[in-house]
Write a protein that binds this ligand. Sequence first.
Ligand SMILES: Cc1cc2nc3c(=O)[nH]c(=O)nc-3n(C[C@H](O)[C@H](O)[C@H](O)COP(=O)(O)OP(=O)(O)OC[C@H]3O[C@@H](n4cnc5c(N)ncnc54)[C@H](O)[C@@H]3O)c2cc1C
Length: 370
Amino acid sequence: MNQTTDCLIVGGGLIGMLTAREMVAAGLAVTIIEKGCVGGESSWAGGGILSPLYPWQYPLETTVLASWSQSHYPQLAEELIAGTGIDPEWTQCGLLMLDVDEAEQALSWAQDHHQSLQMVDAEKSLQLEPGLGCPPAAALWMPQIAQVRNPRLIKSLKCDLMGRSVTLRENEEVLELLCQDGRVTGVRTDRGKVSAPLVVAAGGAWSAALLKGVGQEVKIEPVRGQMLLYKAQPGVVHRMVMQHGHYLIPRRDGHVLVGSTVEYVGFDKSITSTARNELQKAALMMMPKLEAYPLIAHWAGLRPGNRNGLPLIGPVPGVQGLFINSGHFRNGVVLGLGSARLVSDLMLERTAMIVDPEPYRITGEQAVMQ
Ligand SMILES: Cc1cc2nc3c(=O)[nH]c(=O)nc-3n(C[C@H](O)[C@H](O)[C@H](O)COP(=O)(O)OP(=O)(O)OC[C@H]3O[C@@H](n4cnc5c(N)ncnc54)[C@H](O)[C@@H]3O)c2cc1C
């Protein structure tokens, strides 16, 4: 028998799960259809830094959405811990950037957007991070930047959604979005049909293929990112540290992630020795002490890449009831909370929205109607 639901979400990554949480909180019956396991793709692979990297390089709309999410993450973490007992490890350990080429731009961005960002000397950098290999004469320090531990966040969100009676259909692929008279009516999957008056395309790197079927071409493409994991001890690395686009993320239990590559290689999740060498070299340059600890994992994920720094959030033109929440590229964790609220505000036709939705909509710039 075909299932019917109020709101159907295609894709159970962080974006789909956070959207489901908003919609179920509004009293709707919500179903997620996920071709693998929820959170098993980019959302699992990511680092969990709750800030765009070099945030001053992004459009204003990224800063606005990131700021909303940043201020709401502590509450989400508290609610998840209280509701599920699983701690997503929201940790405000700060981000120390060892590059200062854009210091002037960074400081002026911070002033304009009331962000805490300071220029620090080598002595202060060493106080913040005693293991630094070669502290530069000047660095940039953002003390308020936090992180979450992606796999834990996914686990706690899954448990939370199940507790709220969201239907999770894993290992089921949506093959087609169904429309009639300019309205979405549901989806066809490899197991049958599911009917819904509201459908959200949250398929991450696979979103373009989903929308192509309804004649909408969006510029979302897979961008591979590789990561390494060291099994160090707590206190070996204290802060998130960045240099020349590479970063270290210390988890509470001492594990240290090293990220990441940005590779345009299609839907290929292989790992490469070139990337391992590049990441390892960057990690040891920042933190030579890591050499003493075993490198225990190396993986890759496919980010939903966009070309202008902004995700697509909002209605899909020409198909009533169909919405997109995708294309978050390198910032899906930090932007995810705000994006989920915004797409829900739009679906529920709330008058007060968290941010102006216009810049995130599908327009002629980002999409071409066929
Ligand atoms: C190495 C790496 C490091 C990163 N670090 C950070 C960071 O520090 N901070 C940050 O904010 N962001 C980071 N990101 C980016 C972030 O992880 C992504 O932007 C975010 O996870 C995207 O979430 P998503 O739900 O859109 O995509 P995904 O997690 O990929 O989820 C999409 C889901 O849709 C499913 N799906 C697709 N098509 C279908 C279909 N037809 N039927 C059913 N299911 C379907 C897929 O199986 C998948 O599970 C990083 C990413 C990578 C790869």
